[in-house]
Design a protein around this ligand. Sequence first.
Ligand code: CTP
Length: 413
Amino acid sequence: MANLAPKMERDLPPEILAFLRRAGEIAAARGESLYLVGGAVRDLLLGRPNLDFDLVVEGDAPSLARQLARASGEKALIHRQFGTAKFRFGNLSIDLVTARSESYPRPGALPMVEPGTIADDLMRRDFPINAMAIAITPSSFGQLFDPHGGKIDLERKTIRILHERSFIDDATRILRALRYEQRLGFKLEENTQRLLIEHSPMLHTISGERISHEMELILREEEPERILKRAEGLGVLREIHPSLRGDGWLEDRFHLARQKASPDPELYLSLLTYPLNEEETEGVIARLKIAGQKARNLRQVLRLKGGLDALADPQLPRSQIYRLLKAYPPPAIAAAALACDSPPARHNLELYLHELRYVKLFLDGEDLKGMGVKPGPRLGRMLEALLEARLDGRVSTRGQEEALVRQWTGEQG
Ligand code: CTP
């Protein structure tokens, strides 16, 4: 059995190593065995940084978590009924669970859970590369427990499932497999790829919230378009919604988005749904159970797309651009600017986004009242007209704004 203690000493930040040793001692004093599992083990072996630590204890996770959190002056967040706990240690986020075995009452359902051994706990996981543990109790600190050949898979750059029913039990693993494959530059093992294709319709057993969560994880990756392209190629994307495409167009737009800013999942999602019509967009919103501001954003992008013809005029006055866009939130405009195919429309969207929306008058409502304008709708219209004059360059100083107001009030009076 490989001992990773020297590698841990070398590669982990000293405060993290000290925390692990201390946690192992506290567990041992309680007669419990504690393990580091999952992504942190995988990434340690790959030499990739990872600050999300999952610990598994053969014992009572909530009680141990409380003791560990107290030892570092933190508070643990406990879920008694799931035997899980969460706490922070500096900038580390730590999840601690009781070792358990799982069975699936029906495909896509959440698993039934029973306390078990570390071997049971690794058996319930998605892929061998995520099903390794490192003992951190003092008597065996650093020992790698790798019952499914995760280390060999890492060396061979392979994503493989643990058993034939894996994707049936939990079809989110289909999306997870593609995410790790593309993130790490690995390849699906042959039989895994065959079963992934065969079982991709099982994605229908997964709730909208869980699909949405997986989609967000995909869109948080460095190059999400690679995963979406692969998902399309294998026939997986259409099982989420038949209108979605991971094609060259999307690839270009995601690249462009990264060149211009650091895109968040919401922006990427707007680009993914940009080519869709209203019915398809509503279909995606319903399938992914997207609600609130996120759903509003997708609908606004769609509306904006419908109005792009009016913006595609290179001679359009700045005040017109402002008028056409002022009702839209900046994230929707940013998405349309990246997605639209018309250069003048893109130029106008960007002009609004980077310049026009920040233009402020010298005068405000109080100033106008001071100049004798009565409060009410007319004052509001004057401020708007003043802003348009400013945007079109007809006024550019406080004095000119005042002169224009005097001209209007004089005309009225
Ligand atoms: N896991 C699993 N099946 C799932 C979700 C999670 O087996 N459907 C297990 C894997 O062992 C995984 C661990 O739970 O390593 C933690 O899950 P998660 O935080 O999603 O993954 P990480 O491996 O930490 O990966 P990432 O780097 O993407 O956060």
